[in-house]
Design a binder for this molecule. Structure first.
Ligand SMILES: [Zn+2]
Length: 295
């Protein structure tokens, strides 16, 4: 039902102006998005990011502070939803740990959709278990950046070097800092908020990198999280745990997103923006405002 309401409201506003990219029309369009970056800040609460976000940066975004992740609201199941386009009832990754010997995700991912279509996909992650999502053959470069933690700038710098030199079509970056500090000192503690205050700078580094390679108007940067937290923990269905930020920059229609965005909409938005059809089994749908290229 929610889909229908969201689609009706948003489509009515933009259909006359924008072509939904999921039709595949964008693939033929020289102005279409060529680069999608998903920047996931582990454990980033939207209320914390909202207070840290400069007005000038927010004006460039299509955004909602009320997006939702799936249950359990923990890192590996939630990122699996984010990047496979389906909830845990379908992907069945309910554990929050993984070793290579347990095997990789077998469902289509945003990586596999892009790679199967002849594109290049890459991931730079600060937790090794996220390599579960890098099924061999679907990700051109899957790199685990262990330490230093609490230095999101360092992790993003490595990914930005890759973006600038190799120019992957789909790039997923995971930053562990907010989660680390949340477990150590508490969500919304001074130390946690201090880490979150660095987030806008990190977003700007990504936008500036796209600009430097002349791709900002053909790029989509999605900033989101896998879960929030309360006290020194997360994982429950409490609003503090399941509410996540969801912002899109670049070739987007700026402004608040009306309607409920789910974390599995991230994969659908990413592949749609690149002009690929959303796989039939996906629950996620493209967030129209984020694939509505300014022209
Ligand atoms: Zn955690």
């Amino acid at each position: 039902m929610r889909r229908r309401a969201v689609a009706a409201a948003v489509l009515a506003a933009v259909l006359a102006v924008f072509t939904p990219a999921s039709t595949g029309a964008a693939a033929q369009d020289a102005q279409a998005v060529r680069y999608v970056v998903v920047l996931s800040f582990d454990g980033l609460r939207p209320d914390a990011l909202r207070t840290a976000m400069p007005a000038a940066l927010l004006r460039r975004a299509s955004f909602t502070w009320q997006a939702k992740t799936t249950l359990p609201s923990v890192t590996l199941p939630s990122h699996t939803s984010m990047l496979t386009g389906v909830p845990p009832s379908v992907h069945r990754m309910l554990a929050n740990s993984w070793r290579t010997s347990q095997g990789y995700v077998q469902l289509p991912t945003a990586f596999s959709v892009v790679t199967d279509a002849g594109g290049r996909a890459a991931m730079f992650v600060t937790k090794a278990k996220l390599l579960y999502l890098a099924r061999p053959g679907t990700v051109a470069r899957a790199e685990f950046l262990p330490y230093p933690r609490h230095d999101q700038a360092a992790a993003v710098r490595v990914a930005m070097h890759y973006l600038a030199t190799v120019q992957p079509h789909f790039l997923f970056i995971h930053v562990a800092d907010p989660d680390d500090v949340g477990h150590r000192d508490g969500w919304m503690s001074d130390a946690y908020l201090e880490v979150v205050r660095k987030t806008p700078e990190t977003i700007l580094v990504v936008l500036d990198t796209l600009e430097r390679i002349g791709a900002l108007d053909r790029g989509l940067v999605i900033v989101t999280s896998d879960h929030g937290g309360h006290g020194r923990a997360h994982g429950s269905d409490r609003p503090e745990d399941v509410t996540i930020p969801w912002l899109a920059f670049g070739a987007v229609a700026p402004g608040p997103i009306s309607g409920q965005v789910m974390t599995y909409d991230t994969a659908a938005t990413a592949v749609s923006a690149l002009g690929h059809a959303v796989p039939a089994g996906w629950h996620g749908r493209a967030v129209i405002q984020a694939v509505a290229t300014r022209r």
